[in-house]
Design a protein around this ligand. Structure first.
Ligand code: GDP
Ligand code: ZN
Length: 309
């Protein structure tokens, strides 16, 4: 006798929108249940290489469990990740705070807090480590303060935008840049990340947390993320972890790889293993002196290096 397909057993695929210790929420992305957010159990064995468990932004398949509830059964390999080191030094798992982001918008403000290139540079490195394309948004341009010169970043190929969440200036350009992407905003406290998200939201569209399905139960979310839907294919992920991005598992020697303007001097220092730090005959230090490399970027490099030693 031919077995009838078990309709209730059909898997669904979706995106993880929040993670707690034993369960996560998955927003269904295909089929008639698209848009529903389902509580799913997951196995701690779902570890991708040296990376953590389940992360916001992961694409996943889920199956209905006998009785009730859903089980996350597989995760797709991540295209990109933003991660920080795990709390246990012996445990080599990085904590991925967001997976599959298309872009990381590094937010800085002209004032309150004052602009510091080294804050931007740290986030630039963190984005590049995880393969996420960085962009910069200079906020609070409504303030009567001279704006920092960001042409160094433009020359590095980083899209630079400016404007004000308060006045609305630059919001169209930002919205256009974000269109069709999954993004997150990073930057120091007070630069205006939340204000930007509010300014971008059309208001009529709820974030996914508010369209949870009725069978969802209360749960303790340890990684509380918000996934804001600007349109069907445009999302902004807001998670506290993104604000804590740190340099991790980066050997001091690797840091220079993320300062792409150093590439031109590769192999031209007196010492082959030059760290471009204090060594005599350093071509990078010379390029800083003659103005080919911006001194702020070099200062950021030295600072990051220092933090890893
Ligand atoms: P976050 O910590 O990065 O999320 O920053 P918030 O969005 O909470 O903003 C911090 C403060 O800056 C708040 O008092 C905002 O009202 C203010 N703020 C945000 N954007 C702007 C802006 O474009 N111009 C001005 N003048 N203030 C802003
Ligand atoms: Zn050197």
């Amino acid at each position: 006798m031919e077995k009838l397909p078990d309709v209730a057993g059909e898997p669904l695929s979706g995106v993880v929108v929040s993670v707690s210790r034993r369960t996560c929420e998955v927003e269904v992305m295909t089929g008639p249940r698209t848009g529903e957010v389902l509580d799913c159990a997951y196995s701690p064995r779902l570890v991708l290489g040296r990376e953590s468990l389940v992360a916001v932004g992961d694409r996943a398949d889920i199956h209905p469990m006998p009785g009730s509830g859903w089980l996350l059964t597989s995760l797709e390999p991540r295209h990109t990740r933003l991660s920080r080191p795990g709390p246990d030094a012996r445990n080599h798992l990085d904590i991925v705070v967001a997976a599959n982001l298309d872009t990381l918008v590094i937010v800085a403000s002209v004032d309150r807090p004052r602009f510091h290139p080294r804050f931007v540079d740290r986030f630039l490195v963190a984005a590049q480590i995880g393969g996420v394309v960085p962009a910069i948004f200079l906020n609070k341009c409504d303030l009567d303060v001279e704006e920092p010169d960001l042409s160094t970043y433009r020359r590095l190929g980083v899209p630079v935008m400016r404007g004000s969440a308060e006045s609305g200036e630059g919001m169209d350009e930002l919205r256009q840049f974000l269109s069709g992407k999954w993004s997150a905003f990073a930057g120091n406290s007070g630069v205006g990340k939340s204000s930007l998200v509010r300014a971008l939201l059309p208001g009529a569209l709820p974030d996914v947390g508010q369209v949870r399905s009725k069978d969802g139960r209360g749960r303790h979310t340890t990684t509380r993320a918000q996934v804001y839907r600007l349109s069907d294919d445009t999302r902004i992920i807001d998670t506290p972890g993104i604000r804590e991005l740190a340099m991790h598992r980066l050997s001091p020697r690797e840091v220079q790889l993320y300062f792409t303007e150093f590439d031109a001097y590769f192999g031209t220092c007196r010492f082959n293993d030059c760290m471009h730090d204090h060594e005599p005959g350093c071509a990078v230090a010379k390029a800083v002196e003659d103005g080919s490399i911006h001194p702020d970027r070099y200062a950021s490099y030295l600072r990051i290096l220092e933090g890893l030693r």
